[in-house]
Design a protein around this ligand. Sequence first.
Ligand SMILES: [Zn+2]
Length: 308
Amino acid sequence: MRNLRSALQQAQQNGVAIGHFNIADSVQLNAVFACAQELNVPVLIGVSEGEREFIGVSQIAALVRSLREEFDFPIFLNADHTHSLAKAIAAARAGFDAIVFDLSALPFEENVRQTKQAVGDLKTINPDILVEGEVGDIGTGSEIHDAAPDLAKGLTTPAEAKEFVESTGIDILAPAVGNMHGMLKSMVRGEMKKHLDISRIAQIKSAARVPLTLHGGSGTDDEHFRKAIAAGINIVHINTELRVAWRRGLEEGLAKQPQEVVPYKILPFAVEAMKQVVRARLNLFNGVRNQQRLSARLSQALPGTVGH
Ligand SMILES: [Zn+2]
């Protein structure tokens, strides 16, 4: 499993999905990597434009590359939601394995035209880079939202998925199938779960015939995750759950040691909280049994953190 393409093929064959976790610093990166190592499953590290600006484009590329090489481990790096060709090119030059080129806010024809151009330019820099395109509306911001957007209007149709993939030459498609970025407060409290349009995923898969990514996975019902993966989802993005756990862990570390100033004595609380989320999600996405126990652990890790 030396590259992301072969890891995706393996996931498709095994009926599992690769977990994708967004990070903004090395503390989060190490928490994600520790869980992937523990379970011995491939993992994708995602950095959005904002996250890249914070950690540094070439710095995160060097960090992920060093983990991959030192531990001979299938950890890969994705430039999540990249809205300009210049930023996509910067990530490709830094050695990212994949780029989400996201012009889904533009009209369909313009999204096709510019994404096709980007695929050509990025493959010239690195022929092995995987380019993901997006059609439909899955909302913005992996944060805690007060109200849900109207997702029904922006769902991807199988016909446009097929046309988009064939016209642009993208390697991976991100469809809108009932998923959304961020979580509602009720989801953070564990009172409400996201539900997915499973039959739409299956129809898009058979029409588009490429790996599919589920964005905005945080707060999704476990059974819907399982069915979505069986229907053709190959990558699942988790960001908000990790951010919520990070904050809860950090608050715990600070509260328990009010006089402490040593970062490596405070931050392990954040690492432990994030590891509970990552471990549970990786187990679920990779079809590991004993899910009830893991889900219980996840719901302990998440509620009661934000919004009060
Ligand atoms: Zn996303």
